[in-house]
Design a protein around this ligand. Structure first.
Ligand code: ATP
Length: 198
């Protein structure tokens, strides 16, 4: 079983996340992908994050009707900062036979040397890295210096290459601008109804 794990703040989940998950599923031939909202995203500590319950509900709405997309509450139910290594160790216990593929954007791949136990992380799962407009192709020879072996463990995809971010959506929602093209309708309705990002 080839299983994807897609961690994120998902504040909110957007069409970019969903397009990435679909593309990785087909290119890497994954049977399922677990969306994993972060409990406390330690790399984003500088800004207020929406409550986990709301971020979880938006993920639920966004993946509804796609049985190969699943929601994992492993990070939101674990106290303390959401370190990916702890999550992958937990998933390895839960999904004993699965081969795990952790999906991340190039911006996140570049920050990998800062992650807790990055060296151990790449012994437990493969990484699938997605291009992101404005982010240069990560230089694997540079990453090798801090995380030896990474080159063999990362699958670099060439697409999708989508200029969309949760930051842009929060800013648009705050300014009362339309976000209907950036998130699924159910998520746009949820943001409106709950007055998020105002
Ligand atoms: P923010 O704008 O708040 O920083 P975000 O849009 O980057 O949010 P996250 O929930 O932080 O969304 O992202 C989760 C993961 O998805 C990260 O690995 C991030 O790199 C990746 N990701 C998000 N949007 C894109 C995109 N448009 N292209 C490639 N990767 C993306």
């Amino acid at each position: 079983m080839k299983t994807g794990v897609f961690g994120g703040t998902f504040d909110p989940i957007h069409n970019g996340h969903l397009a990435i998950a679909e593309e990785v599923r087909s290119q890497v031939d994954l049977q399922e992908i677990w969306f994993m909202p972060a409990g406390q995203p330690w790399l984003k500590a500088e800004r207020p994050i929406s409550p986990a319950a709301q971020r979880v509900q938006m993920v639920e709405l966004a993946i509804a009707g796609k049985p190969y997309f699943k929601l994992s509450l492993v990070e939101v139910t674990r106290p303390g900062p959401s370190y990916t290594i702890d999550t992958i160790l937990e998933l390895r216990k839960q999904l004993k036979k699965a081969e795990l593929y952790f999906i991340l954007g190039w911006d996140s791949l570049l920050s990998l040397p800062l992650w807790k136990d990055a060296l151990r992380l790449i012994t437990l799962c493969r990484l699938v890295a997605i291009p992101r407009p404005g982010i240069d192709l990560p230089d694997l020879t540079v990453l090798e210096q801090s995380i030896p072996g990474i080159t063999q463990k990362v699958i670099m995809l060439e697409k999708p290459n989508l200029d969309i971010s949760a930051t842009e959506i929060r800013e648009k929602a705050a300014a009362g601008k339309p976000i209907g093209k950036l998130v699924p309708k159910s998520v746009a309705d949820y943001i409106k109804k709950n007055k998020l990002y105002r």
